[in-house]
Design a protein around this ligand. Sequence first.
Ligand SMILES: Cc1ncc(COP(=O)(O)O)c(C=O)c1O
Length: 388
Amino acid sequence: MSEPMRNPAQDRALPRPPAPASIGDRVEDVGTPALLVDLDAFDQNLARMQALADTGGVALRPHAKAHKSVAIAQRQIAAGAVGICCQKLSEAYPFAAAGIASIHISNEFVGADKLAMAVELARHVDLSICVDDVRQVAAMAAAAAAGGVRITALAEVDVGQGRCGVDSPQALSRLADAIGAAPSLRFGGLQAYHGGAQHLPHWTQRRDAARHAADLAHAYVRHLDARGIACAVVTGGGSGSAEFDCESGVYTEIQPGSYLFLDGHYGASEWPGRFQPRHALFLSTTVMSTARAGVAVCDAGLKSVAVDSGLPRLWSGQGSEWLRYVAANDEHGVLQVLQEDGPALLGNKLWLVPGHCDPTANLHAQYVCCRDGYVAELWDIAARGLSR
Ligand SMILES: Cc1ncc(COP(=O)(O)O)c(C=O)c1O
């Protein structure tokens, strides 16, 4: 019997695909699609938000849900942040493992798998978690007691978002009393986050919505105060409301996330006030088909960029004068050619501004960070996909 034919390639293990970028590469040589960070703009956004919080005498606890990267969280803390927020318990793991000492879970949870994660995290970090139901309090108190840990519970109040959070002083009192009665828990104060206030396009609209939220939060603080319960922490606020939250006299802490990147949705808002961010996050893509007249197709579709807050747009100077991104398929981005006598298209690299940074970051393994036209750093997106 003859030997079966051997493919010589089978003698070698197939390596992983090559890395899209190495430190020192020219930006135009980065493999696409790639998530680029403009480090000059990023550094400026980071410093400006820290300065805003410092000037207002408010703690900055940035939301890591926006970037999911330990390297970024470490930079935020080095600049003065008191810790980070995560939205999910599993999301907190890479940050806790990297030594971030103080993590607030700005969300409620239910279920044995979540309680086990909370207890595990509390063994490693100073952990606080939101509650809006006495049954969550009872379950968390029992799990923390059994696990021999103490967890800080923040009562979430609804200040206009209409999502989580109690909406009456009586319900808040019940929560605070239940937390106070549990030796394995510590009452930390309130979370009062109003997501709807963040993306209002006009600065005055955001100011008014943020002031209204702060007034509601203040009424809850006074209600507990009258019952002898102090709120050490009142946390909330995002990128769109931070400047107003800092001057409210109510919030002790703000939790903005997207300010680092200024995605397309936030970029469409007015920023005339004391916080003026710049676009720092881009998706680099290559035109890889121009078979049809008037259409160019690039390699960045739904698997590279989230479109829940609108399609990505071309960055100025990066083809925005002669191309428009008009449709996202799974792996293809369809571009309308506005100017037929524009530059040769096939093989062109373009920069897109993603509409929404959080879900876009969740699609990528790393940030390719650039300065002066070269790749300066590569940062893993370690919490990518951790959504339990
Ligand atoms: C509870 C909470 N806090 C803070 C943020 C951060 O908001 P932004 O990324 O708009 O700054 C969010 C965003 O959705 C949030 O849900």
